[in-house]
Design a protein around this ligand. Structure first.
Ligand SMILES: [Zn+2]
Length: 298
């Protein structure tokens, strides 16, 4: 079996719950290439959904077994699985890590069917993944696989062992900075300032990445050893105060005209994929019930 693990953690650890405008619980799935990609791309959004009582699941398409300069693949895959489970526990979500080697993901029929199965079994309302034009082949092919699944999740004769979804989910992309063939477009911008402390705890769970591998591959100074100091170091590096571009400010204002932009410390933005559900502005407010809340509401 490819999917070697799946855990669900009940969410009692954080202050909850803010009521959302509509009555349903949303099923949100984020699909990244590696253990930590969903955290980086949409950790704040996941935290805000979980606090509101929605169901969130992260999927890593690979086991991340190449992301270290010292550890062997077997021990690294085990460590990254444990880090992922700790990350899930800290914010009250589910997490599944597929046992595909890091750097070797391909857009095969087998993997497409696996993605279709995952989305159907989660009965997803929203699916977020990489754009297919980004720097890492695992990210690109994860984006392709999710795009390929976007329509087929509703087709009963495809992966017939798992019931097809009756409604197509809304598919979104994580943000990135790549320009070819098209730059990222921030259709939806979420103020995640209220989630900052838990975002730090989420990233801190991935010790092998944020304190070891990423500083090494980015030719940075080594992270502090002391656990308090290194969290402050991580916050300064990965979660700095946002400098709102005109584009981001315009989108924040569009979705929430009364929001005080001076108080926004951090945002996450997402591009709508045109292959999934077509949404009205009203539907977006239903699917993102945190869109027009301020930090004090959480
Ligand atoms: Zn990655």
């Amino acid at each position: 079996m490819k999917h070697i693990m799946m855990l669900f953690f009940s969410y009692f650890g954080l202050n909850c719950c803010v009521l959302f405008a509509h009555g349903d619980t949303l099923n949100v799935m984020m699909i990244g290439a590696h253990p930590d990609d969903c955290e980086v791309g949409a950790g704040g959004l996941a935290i805000l959904y979980a606090r509101q009582g929605h169901r969130v699941k992260f999927v890593s398409m690979t086991n991340g077994d190449k992301g270290h300069h010292q550890l062997a693949s077997d021990s690294l895959a085990k460590r990254r699985f444990e880090e992922s489970m700790e990350a899930a526990r800290r914010i009250g979500i589910s997490y599944e890590v597929l046992n595909i080697p890091d750097g070797e993901l391909l857009p095969t029929l087998e993997n497409r069917h696996e993605v279709i199965r995952l989305i159907r079994e989660w009965d997803a309302d929203i699916v977020i993944s990489h754009r297919p034009n980004t720097y890492h082949p695992d990210h690109r092919y994860t984006g392709v696989l999710v795009q390929d699944a976007a329509f087929l999740v509703t087709v009963p004769r495809i992966v017939s062992g798992v019931p097809a979804l009756k409604a197509n989910p809304l598919f979104l992309y994580f943000s990135d900075t790549f320009q070819q063939p098209t730059p990222f477009r921030p259709d939806i911008v979420i103020d995640v300032s209220a989630a900052l402390e838990d975002m730090l705890r989420l990233l801190d769970a991935h010790e092998s990445q944020f304190y070891e591998w990423l500083p090494w591959i980015n030719r940075m100074d080594a992270a502090p050893i002391d656990t308090v100091q290194r969290k402050a170091w991580l916050r300064a590096w990965r979660l700095p105060q946002v400098q709102l571009s005109d584009e981001l400010a315009t989108q924040l204002h569009r979705w929430c005209p009364e929001k005080n932009l001076q108080e926004v410390k951090r945002v996450e933005s997402f591009e709508i994929c045109e292959y999934g559900r077509k949404v009205t502005d009203a539907a977006i407010h239903q699917l993102f019930p945190m869109l027009c809340h301020n930090e004090a509401d959480f």
